[in-house]
Design a protein around this ligand. Sequence first.
Ligand code: GLU
Length: 567
Amino acid sequence: MKNFVIIIFLILSFLFNFVEASDHSKSIVVTSNPYASKAAAKILRNGGSAVDAAITAQFVLTLTQPQSTGIGGGAFMLYWDKSSEKLYALDGREKAPASASPLLFLNKDGRPKKFYPDAVVGGLSVGVPGMMRFLEQAHKKFGKLEWSVLLEYPIRLAEEGFELSPALHRTLSFMPDLKKIEPAASHFYRENGNGELTPLPIGTILTNAEYVKTLKRIAEFGPEEFYSGKTANLIISAVNNSPVSPGLITLEDFANYTTVWRDPICDLYRKYKVCSMPPPTSGGITMLMMLKMLERFDIESEHPNSPNFIHLFSEAGSLAYADRDYYIADPDFVDVPVNGMLNEDYISERSKLIKKETSLRDRKPGKPKGHTKFSKNVDISRPSTSHLVIVDNFGNSISLTSTIEGPFGSHLMAGGFMLNNELTDFSLIPKRNGLFVANRVEANKRPRSSMTPTIIFNPEGEIYALTGSPGGSSIIGYVTKSVMAMIDWDLSPQDTVSLPHFMRKDENTELESGTDIVRYKQFLEKKGHKVVIIPKVSGLQIIKKKNKGFIGGTDPRGEGLVIPISK
Ligand code: GLU
């Protein structure tokens, strides 16, 4: 009888485990675009690693989401290598050319150029693209499939064409300067009969013959072609001969470009280890500062959209961003006080400035150990960018944010892809009140970023969630709240990405327009907040552990697609 009970128990637990395991996918893809998700899923099904799938996705995104990302830009990734149980961080940020100086964006009278279009559009804003080296380095270390195999589908798609999406169409309709510059004007617009250029309609099948040629060269000669072959020359020519604001970029700049494997930065938030990207992005540090400042509050018993939580989250944001604005820049040029900023005593001292009843108006940067006196970096960026997350069959996981900076980058195109305007992520002004801005333009320097690719581990040390988003400097707020939503309230990825947005980066507390939380305006104003109601265009892509597998969520504000793969 006893044996019989044991056998029944074993059968039941086997069935239960089986159901649990089969309930959720072991491998899964979430990207910001359906073509890219499908292509990445196919790579995984063919035995590729998460890196292989991400590479194919990036080549597809360059074609199908050219307003946000592409091989003419740069990227950061966090990668969990299952076999070595090690977390890697790869920096593929663009670099300023050797010709760049702190005066790059100043007019002859010493005043900064107008941000858009003067600084953004043209050759001056183009940094040496980091993406191709980044993909190459990631592939060398973690790729399983042949490099050329990863390009097969993107080449076919560029030859056969893809359906122009509503988001691409929408972005094209508010880019007055893009239609003034060739070859982008002819590629994305057509004459409407009245001599005006209008964006190609939604659903247009758009091919890209120049991009096909570029991809074929890169498939045949490898990523090096991009830095020393025809592609490099096409980029250099587009930048240096730009009809507006020509730049000065050389083959030597291309030859000198390197990616950097950096140490990820991690900290505990309520027993979960939250890891992200170190400088030159401000994302990781600023997010961890916010989380650590908020840890002492009972967040769990608040509702994710409660006015009290909006207040606390905004206050923590304003303090963390205050430090970010002064101290973070390319670590190869500036001593960023990473340890000082994340020091427990320092954070707890900063956190004490958060008062439940009133909003801190006169907030100043703190004095973390090791800081240098700089003046403030005022950033202006126009949200674009793309995030993707993938877990493969082997348990490797990738969280990758890539960008060409603003919508359609510098508006210049070479080899069928858009060139970034990443150099306007530098402070346009090098000095203020006699003090340098840490993030001023310098030759061969990487501009400070806000990108925050993140991986969270549960208390057992297993992957718990992967998250990240586009959104300019708001990226940090979006990602931080997604981390809290999944840890404090255990929300699903889809519920997490669907939450309304709020944050405070500087003076204003921003509430997302068109959402329920705008009714808290007065409540917040009574506490002293300066409230503004504005669109908050995130593009969160998230994977979260569920039982023995994973589930995903894609931001309803974008056009992403979740593809669960194997059971
Ligand atoms: N270029 C920005 C950065 O690196 C991202 C722009 C965006 O997401 O819109 O932080």
